[in-house]
Design a protein around this ligand. Sequence first.
Ligand code: DAH
Length: 332
Amino acid sequence: MTVNELEAQLDTICLQAKAAIVAADSLETLEQLRIQYMGKKGPIPQVLGGMGKLDPADRPKIGAKANEVKDAIQGDLDGKKNALQAAAIAAKLEAETLDVTMPGTYRPQGRLHPLTSTTDRILDILVGLGYTVAEGPEMETDYYNFEALNFLPDHPARDMQDTLYLPDGNLLRTHTSTVQIRYMENNDPPIRVAAPGRVYRRDTVDATHSAVFHQIELLAVDEGLTFTDLKGTLKVFLQDLFGEELEVRFRASFFPFTEPSAEVDVMWKGRWLEIMGCGMVDPNVLKSVGYDPEVYTGFAAGLGIERVAMVLHQIDDIRRLYNSDLRFLNQF
Ligand code: DAH
């Protein structure tokens, strides 16, 4: 081999390597090229091995040329490596771009059911009037639901509330008046208590009736309470709840646990709508919890929360409050 031939070989190796490096499209391919061209078994050491037959004076020329080619190839490898790494980072950044103008994920906002918000509103007013909130069980005995409330055995007053009896002789309370007895049994007068809760009746469901509904019971027991206190309290309460303009009327009625008794109506859509029952606590009820009716008098009232919600929100059918239709509930 002549010096010129060896130089030509080195030039060819250099051109091939450069072309292959330009074409490399991944870091793996590039690494293979590095091993192929720069390794100990690569083409350059092979060319250098052919120097033995050269005039010793020419050898440094080839050695220098080989180093030039190695440097050139190494330079291209480094450059290409940087370019491929930069491209990989750019591609990753591109793929992970956050487009802040894209519409966000919509999370529906929860809210209180109209029955819950109505209950809260009623209790807020009563708490403001000095009442404490209490609760009682939904499964009751005949004693708390009827007997202690002065419903005599076999008295027709029991038929006013079609009762759901349980196999064990207990029942599902038909009203929250049960809490009157339970609260008085455990507390001494003076008493101001409000008791919200679910009640049950054997009722046929229609636009104004449901077999399960909600009431709030009101009870005040003290020395010297009169029907005037009852009327004044309920008037203030209803005006706070419905607004000053609402027409309210008291109508004589009957409940076994109050004497005298009344029903309270509000004027709604041109007709009177019964909203609550009330009255002076019957002396027999006070006696049943060991209070002396000669010392204490009291008044009580019970109102249907559904009725209040329907009046406040102009709801025409009680069933809308139970069937969880979001088109309805979203309006509140
Ligand atoms: N408990 C009665 C009912 O469910 C409502 C009622 C009337 C409650 C008069 C009272 C009251 O506290 O005094 O029909």
